[in-house]
Design a protein around this ligand. Structure first.
Ligand code: HEM
Length: 504
């Protein structure tokens, strides 16, 4: 009996030593937290909460520098925050594959949609979908954005200046916007199903982050078995049902428009198509080649990516403006210089004049990058310099938060200074990458800037934002996108009254 136990212990020891040796060999000469046999950092990650994730990586970044290596359950991850290294990672046209586990966990939500897909499928989809975000389409979208911005402002003002939890109102606005502009479907004003959808998609993203931290949930069968997995799949179903309904509604309209134009004998409408219309047209013209499930995976992807991201950026912008009244006032002055006392909504030309507002948005995305990490699985070796190579097979995580807070590239990196984005200021082009860069950059970035500018312009013209708590007490939650932990409490007052009371 003793000898069997001894053999078992010896085998386990040899296995652990083997794994350690493998790790040391693979690790090359990059610094990083001490190796823990077999589990790597996963051995203590299970104790961590989502709001501890960013501080943990910031701590390692401060301790080990702009390139460090972390091992999770035998998988090596190289974190990079040095613009000179980020550049070859993001611009390489071979290394377009996303990190394996990080993106695999999205598959139940997005299947093989644009964020997750790879190789030829990704290339052809990207080519197909890019025209949907063409300038002409965005110009048309402005009508919907303006209408929603007005509704959003009256929702904010209804709070009567009392501290208001803004997260829900912001998410509702950005969801309605992506539905109207990209999907061509106007949502109801009752908001019941919409709020249910928003809640479900938040639960899904939260559960993905929790899954990163709990290695025993990595295997699909284990995840499906536990209560977290059951909750996740239940909420995935809610989001899918909502998206199916959106597709159904748009298809009915599409068919009605098609019949209408045939009956009128009118010419084929060749204007550029909004996102969902081009997918429906493709299914219509290529039956069997582009299917309903192909359409679903892209709608699922764009519905989530299209509203969580802009909502996160808006939340931080409100918080920063409320806490920096001087900057809020400068944004307002620029609006007055453009509109004087005219109540009209902004045109594309007006938006192009909002240079200071754009600087504020850029600085918000620098301080609080909506997507703080992105990753690539290296298909070929990446030489950093004479002494350092990151080997093919490793996952490189671009630590955007670290890039944006680098003391080498930014003076007082933790301060909110929109003036650093004064047009014409020089900097390393990979020291600022909120939308990533290279072939897999954000397809929605022009749309996002349009939404942010229009919404913020409308809010600042009509409202005065006041803080409820100082930014010093702000914790950041990593929920795939970055969010203020515990929501967003701000006071919203009508601008005119405030101006009047300020001048008294
Ligand atoms: C403030 C707003 C936004 C920010 C900061 C942002 C940021 C990013 C980043 C960093 C990536 C790269 C992710 C990666 O490599 O893993 C990305 C990709 C992507 N974004 Fe955005 N995004 C924003 C808004 C949007 C919007 C509004 C949409 C849709 C309308 C969108 C759709 C996508 C899609 C589909 C991808 C994948 C592109 C590909 O792999 O080809 N994003 N975004």
């Amino acid at each position: 009996m003793m000898s069997v136990a001894l053999v078992l212990v010896s085998v386990i020891l040899v296995l652990l030593l083997g794994l350690m040796a493998k790790s040391w060999i693979r690790r090359s000469n990059l610094p990083g937290p001490p190796l823990i046999p077999f589990f790597g950092v996963a051995a203590f990650m299970w104790q961590i909460k989502t709001k501890d994730i960013l501080p943990l990586f910031i701590g390692w970044y401060k301790k080990y520098g702009e390139i460090f290596e972390v091992e999770v359950f035998g998988m090596p991850y190289v974190f990079v925050a040095e613009p000179e290294v980020v550049e070859p990672v993001l611009t390489n046209s071979v290394n377009i594959t996303k990190g394996y586990f990080e993106y695999k966990f999205f598959r139940p939500m997005f299947n093989d949609g644009l964020i997750v897909s790879d190789g030829d499928k990704w290339r052809s989809r990207r080519k197909l979908l890019t025209p949907s975000f063409h300038f002409k389409i965005l110009e048309l979208a402005l009508i919907s954005i303006n209408r929603n911005a007005k509704v959003h402002v009256s929702d904010l003002l209804a709070s009567g200046g009392k501290p208001m939890e803004l997260e829900e109102a912001i998410f509702l606005s950005t969801l309605k916007l992506i539905c109207e502009t990209a999907m061509g479907v106007q949502l109801s004003t009752k908001n019941k199903k919409e709020n249910q959808y928003i809640k479900a998609s938040k639960i899904c993203l939260d559960e993905i982050v929790e899954r990163y931290l709990r290695v025993w949930r990595y295997p699909e069968f284990m995840f499906r078995f536990c209560s977290a997995g059951k909750l996740f799949f239940k909420n995935v179903e809610i989001t899918h049902n909502f998206d199916k309904q959106v597709i159904r509604q748009r298809k009915e309209l599409f068919q009605a428009e098609k019949n209408g134009s045939q009956n009128n004998g009118s010419e084929k409408n060749d204007r550029r198509k909004a996102f969902l219309d081009s997918l429906i047209e493709l299914e219509d013209s290529h039956p069997g080649l582009f299917t309903e499930s192909d359409m679903m995976e892209e709608v699922d992807t764009f519905m989530t990516a299209g509203h969580h991201t802009t909502a996160s950026a808006m939340m931080f912008a409100y918080l920063l403006l409320a806490n920096h009244p001087d900057i809020q006032e400068k944004v307002y002055d620029e609006q007055i210089a453009i509109f004087e006392n005219d109540e009209r909504m902004p045109t594309i030309q007006d938006l192009s004049k909002m240079v200071y507002l754009e600087m504020v948005i850029k600085e918000t995305l620098r301080l609080y990058p909506t997507v703080p990490f992105t990753s690539r699985l290296l298909k070929e070796d990446l030489r950093i310099d004479e002494n350092r190579v990151i080997k093919a097979g490793k996952t490189v995580v671009v630590f955007t938060y670290g890039v944006h807070h680098s003391k080498k590239h930014w003076d007082n990196p933790d301060e909110f200074i929109p003036e650093r984005f004064t047009p014409g200021t020089n900097r390393h082009s990979f020291s600022y990458i909120p939308f990533s860069a290279g072939p897999r950059n954000c397809i929605g970035q022009k749309y996002a800037i349009l939404v942010l500018k229009t919404m913020l312009s409308t809010v600042v013209r009509k409202c005065w934002l006041e803080p409820v708590a100082s930014m010093d007490s702000l914790d950041l939650d990593y929920a795939i996108t970055l969010k203020p932990s515990g929501g967003l409490l701000v006071k919203v007052l009508p601008r005119d009254n405030t101006k009047a009371s300020l001048s008294q």
